[in-house]
Design a protein around this ligand. Structure first.
Ligand code: SF4
Length: 375
């Protein structure tokens, strides 16, 4: 184990790490400048438990009912060798094939090590790319890998990869409903980004084996229940735009080594659980440890990060709390009080604030004119 791994392990404490999945990578790349999330995710810290311990439990998360429903729907789509899935693939990809082969890559001969499961996925998918199967094959649970912040992370596989005549398609099964041909736009957008994460990982795997990464299609297949029934429906999604954003954000992420080098080497977010698993770490001490890792809060965090309520409280009174566009406009002005003081002319701007101060004074004047009531 190298020193980076040791530091990350110390940060997490003596509990198993939380594994990455497409959702966590998608969220990470939505806010690539946040060191706090990057470090906590790299260490596999249970952010939900940490946020709850300091009094800011995350406002969202799948209910046990939703988790059970997702599992039941997924099992239904995959039943009988994925018979229902094949019916949908024939429709959505316009296939003529009567049947497909099915290979579950979750079982690597009883070995649960991520390295072994990834090696199996690599070998089987590489072989499929080498000898394109005319009849098509579904590969369930391939454990993929992606470099994030200079470190290889394994992606817990929620996906199925479908290979047909040398082209691979990512298939995502989701339990949100499509009603009268329409699904919740936000959920579809999130599913598109998550599918794009798998496309990137699958493309990198093929490229590392000397195959053309473009053999992984930019069209993914999204499978959802239709009209609150158990009937499944498949839709093709074009994720080219998401792939561009994702690749750019992954490249922008600072290496974990560099982020760790700025932190106290003894820093830990260990919750010190007792024998029953209940956290015993003093809350004040834990808050100080969290605040030691710089964050970059923006309102988007509220829908995608378990730490968001804590970070929002911390960012109270700053221009960052008003969103990216406002804080970028006012880049040199950190506090809302300063914004108000500069706008009203009560404060003298520092040299780097002169431009922002002029804009603020003009904005306040325009606002005054527009709300002025004629006598
Ligand atoms: S909520 Fe906090 S830790 Fe999470 S991404 Fe936002 S700023 Fe970073």
């Amino acid at each position: 184990m190298n020193s980076t791994e040791q530091q990350l392990e110390h940060l997490r404490g003596p509990v198993p790490p939380i594994a990455h999945n497409a959702r966590t990578i998608a969220a990470l790349t939505t806010n690539p400048g946040c060191a706090r999330r990057a470090v906590m995710d790299a260490a596999g810290v249970d952010k939900r438990a940490v946020a709850a311990r300091v009094g800011f439990p995350p406002p969202y998360g799948q209910s046990p009912f939703a988790i059970t429903r997702t599992r039941a729907f997924t099992a239904q789509v995959k039943a009988n060798g994925c018979a229902e899935l094949l019916r949908m693939l024939r429709e959505v990809l316009d296939l003529k094939i009567p049947e497909v082969a099915y290979r579950d890559l979750e079982d690597a001969g009883g070995n649960e090590s991520q390295e072994v499961r990834h090696a199996l996925a690599r070998q089987v998918l590489g072989n499929a790319a080498e000898h394109a199967d005319e009849s098509g094959t579904l590969f369930d649970h391939p454990l993929l890998r992606l470099p994030v912040g200079g470190r290889q992370v394994f992606l817990e596989p929620d996906l199925i990869a479908f290979q047909y005549q040398g082209t691979f398609y990512v298939i995502e099964i989701k339990s949100f409903a499509v009603i009268d041909g329409q699904a919740d736009g936000g959920k579809v957008a999130a599913a598109a980004v998550q599918s794009a994460v798998y496309v990137v990982a699958l493309r990198r795997l093929l490229a590392s084996l000397g195959h053309d990464p473009a053999r992984v299609s930019h069209e993914v297949v999204l499978v959802c229940p239709e009209n609150f029934s158990n009937h499944a429906v498949a839709t093709k999604l074009d994720v080219r735009r998401q792939l561009t954003v994702l690749n750019r954000q992954l490249n922008r992420m600072t290496g974990i080594d560099k982020l760790l080098a700025t932190l106290d080497p003894g820093l830990t977010l260990d919750l010190a659980p007792d024998r029953d698993g209940a956290p015993t770490r003093p809350v004040g001490e834990l808050c100080v440890a969290i605040e030691h890792i710089p964050a970059r809060y923006s309102p988007e965090c509220l829908s995608m990060c378990e730490m968001s309520y804590f970070c929002r409280r911390e960012a109270l009174g700053t221009t960052r709390a008003l969103g990216h566009s406002v804080s970028e406009e006012l880049g040199s002005v950190e506090w809302i009080d300063t914004v108000l003081g500069l706008a009203a002319g009560r404060l003298t701007p520092a040299p780097e604030q002169i431009e922002a101060a002029a804009v603020l004074r003009a904005a306040l004047r325009l606002r005054g004119e527009s709300v002025e009531v004629p006598a």
